[in-house]
Design a protein around this ligand. Structure first.
Ligand code: SIN
Length: 477
């Protein structure tokens, strides 16, 4: 097999907002490579609907900080939250300088409101197509020192003398090695490890396992968020919380308000709403009759309902996997415990979300921490080093069977027996050195799922338990 070798200053794994923000703010003298596992648009950032929370038009960032902390029920880190909301005040104008145009009405911005926010402070673009509009503008602004390569699967990081110096990868099916002065993981979360998700299919926990294999610390892996309103059709997709902010109510089949017991009603924090809906028993709908100018403000939703033959006045919804608050532990500059390795965006645990992320704080986190990673990065050139990857020797059918099992426990109330069964079924899979892209992709997913399963099982005893054990790739003789 021919082996291509590529040498860059900075390798960024991912092409969503965290990756692009980092690339936009790195010095222009650096040679930067951004890699997408599938196409460049296959990211959760591109799918974002609600928008970006910012206290830009408020007197201070305090109220935003309070709402963030309260939504997390006191589990987020106060200092990090302050940093997020304070630096996030500038995010809107900073993005505008790169060409992003947020929706306006008359002289000012049109602001949305979402669950657990005390004020309307969600900036959006193209109505409910914020992600697509923002990413289009920012990718267009990428400077000439940044190259974007699609269909690249990074399957292992290479470490030399305690420092990450590159990665093993596939470009389509072809083996490929990238040497880098620094590596940034911006791979997103874990949503697409299951089918019932709001996430883009490429987001399957790769960054977690890549970091874990080289000894980075992972924290709070059990902190997984379920979004209350995925469209209840065969191919689920998000129905933005901004719709409830605009007046939609969650009702049962008789039109009764399902969240009437909660002081914030349908705009209660996400975890509360998701739990109520999961335990409700019967079907739940979004009653949108009081939402003004729905088609104009939520064009994407209107089109989707039309395509699926759903009456937009009464939209069937149910909760689904949405966001991972836990991840690769980083300091306030996105540095992991391993030299040369950074993590940013959903893959990182920055401490700002705690156990329940406040709506529309995720794109904000990508921007604020992406800038911080870029501004503090230490790039150290390196010579060629090799590392031989191994993968589980498993055919497609075997993998699909195990993937189905993940869907049985990666739910809002994980079943302990299913967790144990999955761990047992995956604990001694055969390994091979004859790696292919498919085998490596499957292996990353199974290993990421195993990390989560162990974290969820340990949560039974200790909610804040960290997973620090390293994965060992022992090859049988
Ligand atoms: C939504 O639009 O409801 C999702 C936004 C988010 O996850 O912050």
């Amino acid at each position: 097999m021919s082996l291509q070798l590529k040498k860059v200053d900075v390798l960024i794994v991912g092409t969503g907002l965290a990756a692009v923000t980092t690339a936009l703010h790195l010095p222009k003298a650096l040679n930067v490579l951004l890699v997408a596992k599938e196409s460049v648009h296959m990211t959760n950032s591109d799918l974002a609907q609600g928008g970006i929370a910012s206290s830009y038009l408020e007197e201070t960032s305090e109220a935003h900080g309070r709402d963030t902390y309260a939504a997390s029920k006191g589990t987020s880190e106060k200092k990090r939250v302050s940093l997020l909301v304070e630096e996030g005040r500038r995010a809107i104008v900073e993005m505008e300088r790169f060409g992003v145009q947020f929706d306006r009405e008359e002289e000012t911005y049109h602001l949305g409101k979402e669950g657990a926010h005390g004020l309307p402070r969600i900036y959006h673009a193209g109505g409910d197509e914020t992600g697509r509009y923002v990413m289009q503008a920012l990718r267009r602004a990428l400077p000439g020192n940044v190259t974007v390569l699609e269909h690249v699967l990074v399957d292992d990081l290479i470490v030399h003398q305690g420092r990450v110096v590159g990665a093993n990868a596939f470009l389509h099916e072809e083996r490929f090695r990238i040497l880098a002065g620094a590596v940034v993981l911006a791979t997103g979360g874990i949503g697409a490890l299951v089918d019932w998700t709001s996430n883009c299919p490429a987001v399957t926990g790769d960054g977690l396992i890549l970091a874990h294999r080289v000894g980075a610390r992972l924290t709070h892996l059990q902190r997984i968020q379920f979004h209350p309103t995925l469209l209840a059709v065969e191919e689920p997709q998000l129905v933005t919380e901004a719709l409830r902010g605009a007046g939609a109510l969650l009702v049962d089949r008789y039109g009764q308000h399902v969240m009437r017991h909660h002081p914030l009603g349908s705009l209660a924090p996400r975890d509360d709403v998701s739990h109520t809906l999961t335990n409700h028993g019967g079907p739940v709908y979004l009653d949108t009759r009081h939402v003004e100018r729905l088609t104009e403000r939520f064009p994407r939703l209107a089109k989707t309902c039309d395509r699926c033959g759903i009456d937009v006045a009464r939209i069937p919804v149910r909760p689904g996997l949405h966001f991972h608050m836990g991840g690769v532990e980083v300091d306030e500059f996105g540095r992991t415990a391993v030299d040369g390795l950074y993590a940013v965006g959903e893959v990182a645990d920055t401490g700002v979300h705690g156990a329940n992320r406040l709506a529309s704080n995720s794109l904000l986190e990508c921007w604020v921490f992406g800038k911080r990673v870029a501004e503090s990065m230490q790039v150290q050139q390196t010579d060629a080093h090799a590392f031989e990857s191994v993968a589980y020797d498993l055919d497609r059918l075997g993998f699909q069977t195990l993937r189905k099992q993940i869907g049985k426990w990666l739910t809002i109330s994980p079943d302990k027996d299913e967790l144990k069964l999955f761990l047992k079924n995956t604990q001694s899979l055969p390994l091979t050195k004859h790696v292919t892209r498919q085998l490596c992709e499957q292996t990353l997913q199974l290993d990421a799922a195993r990390l989560l399963a162990r974290a969820l099982l340990e949560m039974e005893n200790d909610d804040e338990h960290d997973i620090t054990a390293r994965t060992t790739h022992a090859i049988p003789n």
